[in-house]
Each structure stands twice: as structure tokens, then as C-alpha cells.
Design a protein around this ligand. Structure first.
Ligand SMILES: Cc1cc2nc3c(=O)[nH]c(=O)nc-3n(C[C@H](O)[C@H](O)[C@H](O)COP(=O)(O)OP(=O)(O)OC[C@H]3O[C@@H](n4cnc5c(N)ncnc54)[C@H](O)[C@@H]3O)c2cc1C
Length: 396
């Protein structure tokens, strides 16, 4: 007997799972496939992969039943972002209260987000999981009744759906099998991620330094003595990546002027070459790409997964509209509206990241910031515009 779904999602990363929850919430019958096993163990300290998530993402997660399932003790709510264009210059303080916001966002570990989404999906009969299954091939079928896609998986299994959603990350197999080309923009930087313990409380403040050693983000974890670090290291400073733990901590001490007392590196590290990428098309007949399969942006503003959640929201909205109008879910006319909305949003974000990165590398900007930041700190309306950028919320 044929196993047939409204939509099949390849990839149970945060974006694939969130897309699944959105479609399930809208009443679609779905399957989610991942080559890995569900990893649900939160007991081994803080995850290395964390996400700063904006207000829109939080609202979506709440609407689709994920936010309620998060382990609340492990979520950080942050109220202040402190940006410095050089370690010796004054910093720019963005404060949620200045803009009458309750907070500037939340920090959530990848495992916490994935666990919460899996719990929401497992509670429904509308969703089937295929763990440890890899996508091998896609064929497009047209029979008397309808057009659809058939997928072959390894271990062998054949599934059918009106729509296949590629949420399979940077090396997307869905994108490759559909011959969708990529535009790539290397940034000449490598991101290094690790966690640190600090002696004094971080007071739930996120901090980012733009300095010759790179762009260094301190992201507060739920316990006031832990930071998650994202250090975007320029190619000519890559020696930093291989420093022993004590030397890496001491490099950080110099940058932050021992602000939090002793620093200890308490985790392993992961390094990622940073390349901004955009799929030239987000769609093909019966196919849509979302998340990193469609676009990869510089992590300096922590917006990659947020963009993926906005993709999921837009695609769900278009599919609901198609269902109401009795149109085929996988038809190009339905999918084009999704692509139009989301490709331009990703382009804008990539352009913005490129500008920020170039400004950060510019010596003149570093000097200018020293002179202007004390004034900007006193100008609430200008700071509120910058806060909207930090929240990626230009609609308010
Ligand atoms: C250093 C760094 C810091 C970041 N910080 C932030 C941040 O603070 N906030 C933010 O919003 N974003 C951030 N991002 C971006 C964010 O990490 C990504 O945008 C996000 O993780 C992408 O999620 P995804 O679900 O699209 O893809 P992925 O997380 O890559 O998931 C893809 C899934 O697909 C599965 N898969 C792949 N191929 C197959 C196949 N053939 N068959 C079956 N399964 C398959 C994989 O196993 C995986 O589970 C950061 C990125 C970096 C590099």
C-alpha cells in the first residue's frame, strides 16, 4: 500500500521540526525524515549550539505548541545588548526598557528546541518520524488523479507526498537532486563556538566586540555564570582557534578587561568556515527549500534560524491558502508566492550582514565609534531604531 502524505520534510534540525509543527498545527498530514537519531539528552551541561531568537520566532513557537514544551530553566531572557567597536572604545547599550519592550529576546539551546518540537509532534497522529533514514532519490509522478513526488530512502522505503520540503541544511541533498544552483559569498572568517564559565554574574547581558581579533559574541546562558561564545575569526588570525584553553581564556580576559573576573573554557569547540549562501531558486515543482538549505547568513546578528522560522510561517500560510482554494499544494503557482516573499527577506539580511562586517573591519569606523557612541547612548530615538535592528523587527 502506498504511504501518502500532504508534505514530507527532509531534516529534523530546528527549522525542519518547526516547519513540521506549523503544518501539523494547520491540520496537514506530514512525515519528517532525518539521517540522525533524535538526540534528546539534556543532562550533559549546556549545548554548544544555541540560538538567540527574536520576538517573532518566540510567537511562532508558542502558536505551534513548541514554546510551552521547552525546559524553562534552560531559557535565557536577555534585556541588554552591549556593542563595542573596539575593546578600548565606549560601548553602545541597547536596553529593552528604553524601547518599552519586556526583553530583547531569548537564548535557547538547540537540543532544548528540538526536544520541545519532537514532544509536540509525537503527541499528534498527523506526524510520522523516520529517524536514521537518508534521502536517496526523488521522482516526479503523474497519474490519472494527481501529480506528486515519490521519495526513496535508505534503509529502503518509498514514500509519496504532494510536497517535499528540503530543510536539510547547508549541504541540502534536496537542493542537489533538484539541480538548484547556489550563490556563495565567502566571508574570509571562521566561526569558533565554545562555552565559558565566568567568576562574576553576566546579569543577563549579551555583549559583542568588533575588534581586530574578529567579532566576538558573549551570549548569556540561563545560569548567570555561563556564556556561550561565538567568535568569528578573520583568516589572518586563525591561530586563535587552536590556542590551548588557558591561552584562549586569557585572550578573552584581555579583550573584556577582566570584567567578569576569572574565565574558564569549559567545553569542547566547534569551528565552521563562514560562507554566506543563497539558493538561486527556493522552489521546483512539488519542492520547497527552507532554512539553511535555502540561505546561510553570517551569524553576527544571530538571525539564521530566525529566518528559517519565518520561512516556515510563510510556507504554511501559502499552503493553507491553497487548501482553501482547492489548489494542489505542490503547484508552482502556490510555491512562487512563498519564494517571492522569502528570497527577498534573505537577500536583505545577507546585505545587512555584509555591511555590518565591512563596518566592523574599517579602522575609520572604529575611530568614529569612539567619538559618537557616548552621544548615541543619550539619544533614545536613535537607540530605539538600532534596537529594532537587533530584534529584526522593523514593523513596529
Ligand atoms: C556559529 C553560529 C552561530 C549561530 N547563531 C545563531 C543564532 O544565535 N540565532 C539564529 O537564529 N541562528 C544562528 N545561527 C544560524 C543557525 O545555526 C542555522 O541557521 C540553523 O541551525 C539552521 O537550521 P536548519 O534546521 O535549517 O539546518 P540544520 O540544523 O543543518 O539541520 C539539517 C538537518 O537535516 C538532516 N539531513 C541532512 N541531509 C539529510 C539527508 N540527505 N537525509 C536525511 N536527513 C538529512 C541533518 O541530520 C540535520 O538534522 C548560527 C550559525 C552559526 C554557524
Amino acid at each position: 500500500m502506498k504511504i501518502f502524505y500532504d508534505a514530507i520534510i527532509i531534516g529534523a534540525g530546528v527549522n525542519g521540526l518547526t516547519q513540521a509543527a506549523a503544518l501539523m498545527h494547520a491540520g496537514f498530514r506530514i512525515a519528517i525524515i532525518d539521517q540522525a537519531q533524535a538526540n534528546t539528552d539534556l543532562s550533559k551541561g549546556y549545548d554548544l549550539r544555541i540560538y538567540a531568537i527574536n520576538h517573532y520566532t518566540q510567537q511562532c513557537l508558542a502558536q505551534w505548541g513548541i514554546w510551552q514544551n521547552l525546559d524553562a530553566k534552560r531559557i535565557t531572557t536577555y534585556h541588554q545588548v552591549n556593542l563595542a567597536f573596539h575593546t578600548d572604545t565606549p560601548s553602545l547599550y541597547l536596553d529593552a526598557h528604553d524601547d518599552h519592550e519586556a526583553n530583547l529576546g531569548h537564548i535557547v539551546e538547540q537540543k532544548n528546541w528540538r526536544n520541545a518540537a519532537i514532544e509536540a509532534l509525537e503527541s499528534s497522529e498527523l506526524c510520522d518520524f523516520y529517524w536514521q533514514s537518508t534521502l536517496e532519490g526523488i521522482s516526479w509522478v503523474e497519474d490519472e488523479a494527481q501529480k506528486y513526488v515519490s521519495l526513496t530512502l535508505n534503509p529502503h522505503q518509498t514514500l509519496h507526498a504532494q510536497l517535499l520540503i528540503g530543510a536539510d541544511g547547508i549541504q541540502s541533498k534536496v537542493r542537489t537532486l533538484c539541480d538548484i544552483p547556489l550563490k556563495q559569498f565567502p566571508t574570509k572568517q571562521t566561526a569558533l563556538i565554545f562555552n565559558i564559565h565566568i567568576e562574576h554574574s553576566h546579569h543577563f547581558e549579551a555583549r559583542q566586540y568588533f575588534c581586530p581579533q574578529g567579532i566576538i559574541a558573549f551570549l548569556p546562558l540561563a545560569d548567570a555564570h555561563h556564556y556561550s561564545m561565538v567568535w568569528s575569526i578573520p583568516d589572518d588570525q586563525l591561530w586563535i582557534k587552536d590556542l590551548p584553553d588557558e591561552a584562549l581564556a586569557s585572550e578573552l580576559q584581555n579583550i573584556c578587561h577582566r570584567q567578569w573576573g576569572e574565565i574558564k573554557v569549559i567545553s569542547t569547540r566547534q569551528a565552521f568556515p563562514l560562507i554566506q549562501r543563497q539558493a538561486q531558486r527556493y522552489i521546483a515543482p512539488h519542492i520547497a527549500l527552507i532554512g539553511d538549505a535555502a540561505h546561510v547568513i553570517h551569524p553576527l546578528a544571530g538571525q539564521g534560524a530566525n529566518l528559517g522560522v519565518a520561512d516556515a510561517a510563510e510556507l504554511t500560510q501559502q499552503l493553507c491558502r491553497a487548501r482553501t482554494q482547492h489548489r494542489a499544494l505542490g503547484s508552482l503557482s502556490v510555491l512562487r508566492a512563498y519564494e517571492r516573499a522569502r528570497r527577498s527577506a534573505a537577500w536583505q539580511m545577507m546585505g545587512l550582514m555584509d555591511i555590518f562586517q565591512k563596518l566592523a573591519e574599517n579602522r575609520f569606523m572604529q575611530k568614529a565609534s569612539m567619538a559618537t557612541i557616548p552621544w548615541v547612548n543619550k539619544l533614545t530615538p536613535i537607540k530605539n531604531i538600532l534596537t529594532r535592528f537587533a530584534l529584526y523587527d522593523f514593523t513596529k
